[in-house]
Design a protein around this ligand. Sequence first.
Ligand SMILES: [Zn+2]
Length: 328
Amino acid sequence: MELSGFLGNSGVKTALSGAFAAGRFPHAVVFQGEPGTGRHTLARLVAQALVCRDKAKAPCGSCPSCLRALAGSHPDIRVVEGKTDSGAITVEQVQELAADAQRMPDESDYNVYILSFGDRVMDAPQNKLLKLIEEPPRGAVFLLVCRRAQSLLPTIRSRAQAFQLMPPEEAEAAQWLAAHTGTAPEEARKLASLCGGNLGRMQDELENGGAKRAAETAQAIALALPGRGAHGLLAATAPLLKDRELCRQTLSRLETIFRDALVLRCGGKTLLGGAPEAADRLADLPVKQLAQLPGLAEEARQNLERNANTSLLITQFCAALREAVGRS
Ligand SMILES: [Zn+2]
């Protein structure tokens, strides 16, 4: 089993590969670890390897079985996820699974079931599952994903092989992020250090953390703009001086808040910027002043794309904003 594409966790990979090569892959495996450590990624990779047609290179990534596994449409791989609010798997879901496991695999040697347990693991569904794991139908492999194996019944644990997943080394995680998302190496290293190499959290931070900071910064700028002195605006824009990405996202959000304020001022109601309080306060300004603001934000954003010096750009932007609202 070729698992080198999965970062870190060399002991886990060696054990899984060894068992597969020896033809004694366990019929029940637990992948435990914190969210973001790649539990589901590894479960999917193992499932793909089990159905792959090229046993020597499994998962080869290019045979029809691998392609279907990658597309999530392989008939011998089933993913069971909790349907309840707490993410818990229900008795009915395990019953369906039990019925399904009695059939012969459609295309491969295995019926692979990935069971993704939420934070709450109920006893009743586990007891149903236990019967299945005690006397597994031929070819059935159960890959259980959870945060802590301790949350599973001891009877399940004793019949499954559990593997603890850990984040890879921070340097390795940073390198992966830079290569796969185009994040600048310096930024990738910062994220790796912030998240302790947890790739899931790094990606989440990259996608949402930046967006959240940008939303907060844009709102602070919009709220500070009508103030009398220049100090409030300078303080609100300070986080942008050294962070180009934050600057780009904040300017874009600010443009929307400015447009919202103009819409409100003109009697409209549809707001897009997600900062109604700031838009509302700006809407007290005269239309003539307000109308200039979106263009200023857009111009600053374009200058940023043209690689202008960030701190100079922000200083000029603040001056232009204050002039537009008659505060210079
Ligand atoms: Zn393959």
